[in-house]
Design a protein around this ligand. Structure first.
Ligand code: PEP
Ligand code: MN
Length: 457
């Protein structure tokens, strides 16, 4: 595995000679340079072994042997780096993956949008606030959400590193301490879930699972022995973010020895998985140039404006050796556009000889304004995009390999519908997001149950 050969035209900084969109300009460039020098010296947050392990697992996902669950905030804030939000997010992702594993009888690869998902692309560089034109909020690693704090501050890049590291450290601590142990799924109680149906369905999985583990204990298969049965007591958990601020990404890109081939390769050591967003995927642009040189598995958002031949051009550039599962294609068309676009993309990719991980992001093509003016997404549209995507893949002789959600473990009110039946009027009760609307805890479990059902059909 991981045999990408590099042409000598790539380096962690070769993107600098390409046209770039969504970049950030700092007033004091010397200050920015000092920060980047410091970042260059900070230690890796993830290891080459973990990166190659994820790459191997994604190969299995691309081959249809496992399912990918990717999810987390649209924009993480530095303030989310705190015990309760981290535990809540880890818990909801683990509960969703338990529902999927049990309901769909498939192993699940978990990648959180977490520990680094700070930078946001914006549709406009400025916005109007109290009659004044001010810079848009670009994410906590660029500027502040407070309208008075919109100047890009290079020290926020260091903030991103340290908040990512602290978040990841706590995730690792929780997992090392048995947070994911299937022998105590009561750790994952269903506080905040109001719907009796969701509670009942989840509880029934936990009861069946506990019975199965008890039975194995009774017949002498000691399932509580961690070394004998690691899969039951611990899980692999990976982190990801959008590779948007290339100065930051390049500063964490290191030339390290591959554990599998023993040769030196370039790894982004700030996350296991990086993706390129819908606004920065120009085939000749800086972001595609950067991402093509790293060994990490990478994602590409694919939208209704992605032309199939351009997609193939990007794939050939990013994955010239056509390694299975190296690239994850995250489609986000909008519920009513799947039928029109997805078949062409599947056909073009297949004809070009690529075998990607096909993932559906049913969030980004379905954003609407609620009656009060806030951004929302309707649960029915999300479910429709998911079910259409499952169906179209099947019709085309392909398979949907995973899902990508904006979600949170908290009981926010940002998306309409779900088993809680939230309405436009409910949105103001606990609308928290600083960027796109997320599924709340209960809505996240709702979609996990539905996916498990679609997957079986
Ligand atoms: C996102 O994932 O938050 C995002 C901005 O998505 P996209 O690039 O697909 O619009
Ligand atoms: Mn988003």
């Amino acid at each position: 595995m991981a045999t990408t050969t590099h042409d000598t035209t790539w380096s962690p900084d070769s993107w600098r000679s390409k046209p770039i969109v969504q970049d950030v300009t700092y007033e004091d460039q010397e200050h920015a340079d000092r920060v980047v020098n410091k970042l260059n010296r900070l230690p890796p947050m993830v290891s080459t072994t973990e990166i190659e392990k994820l790459r191997e697992q994604l190969k299995q996902v691309a081959l249809g042997n496992s399912f990918l669950l990717q999810g987390g905030d649209c924009a993480e804030l530095f303030d989310y780096c705190s015990q309760d939000p981290i535990e809540a997010k880890l818990k909801v992702l683990l509960q969703m993956s338990l529902v999927l594993t049990w309901g769909a009888r498939t192993s699940v690869v978990r990648i959180a949008r977490m520990a680094g998902q700070y930078a946001k692309p914006r549709s406009k560089p400025t916005e109007i606030y109290e009659g004044q034109e001010i810079l848009s909020f670009r994410g906590d690693n660029v500027n502040g959400f407070d309208p008075k704090d919109r100047k890009a501050d290079p020290d926020r890049l260091l903030g991103a590193y340290f908040h990512s590291a602290a978040t990841l450290n706590y995730v690792r601590t929780l997992l090392d301490s048995g947070f994911a142990d299937l022998h105590s799924p009561s750790n994952w109680n269903l506080s905040h879930v109001r719907s009796d149906a969701v509670r009942g369905e989840y509880q029934s999985i936990v009861t069946q699972l506990t019975d199965a583990l008890d039975f194995m204990g009774t017949v002498g298969a000691d399932t509580s022995n961690a070394t004998a049965n690691n899969a039951l007591t611990s899980v692999d958990f990976f982190v990801s973010h959008e590779a948007l601020l290339l100065e930051y990404e390049a500063s964490l890109t290191r030339h390290l020895t591959s554990p599998s081939t023993r040769s030196k390769k370039w790894y982004n050591t700030g996350a296991h998985f990086l993706w390129i967003g819908d606004r920065t995927r120009q085939p000749d642009g800086a972001h595609i140039e950067y991402i093509r040189g790293i060994e990490n598995p990478v994602g590409l958002k694919v939208g209704p404006t992605t032309e199939p031949d351009k997609l193939v051009e990007i794939l050939n550039r990013v994955n010239p050796n056509k390694e299975i599962g190296k690239v994850t294609l995250i489609t986000r068309f909008g519920a009513d556009k799947v039928e029109k676009h997805l078949p062409q993309h599947i056909e073009a990719v297949r004809n070009a000889g690529h075998i990607p991980v096909w993932v559906c992001d049913p969030m980004h093509g379905n954003t609407k304004n609620a009656s009060g003016g806030v951004k929302t997404r309707h649960f029915v549209d999300i479910i429709q995009e998911l079910s259409q995507t499952f169906r179209v893949h099947k019709q085309c002789g392909s398979k949907l390999n995973g899902v990508h959600f904006e979600l949170t473990g908290d009981s926010v009110t940002e998306c309409v519908g779900g088993s809680m039946d939230l309405t436009d009027e409910d949105l103001s009760t606990n609308y928290q997001t600083y960027c796109d609307p997320r599924l709340n805890y209960e809505q996240s479990l709702d979609v996990a149950f539905l996916i498990a059902k679609y997957y079986q059909n």
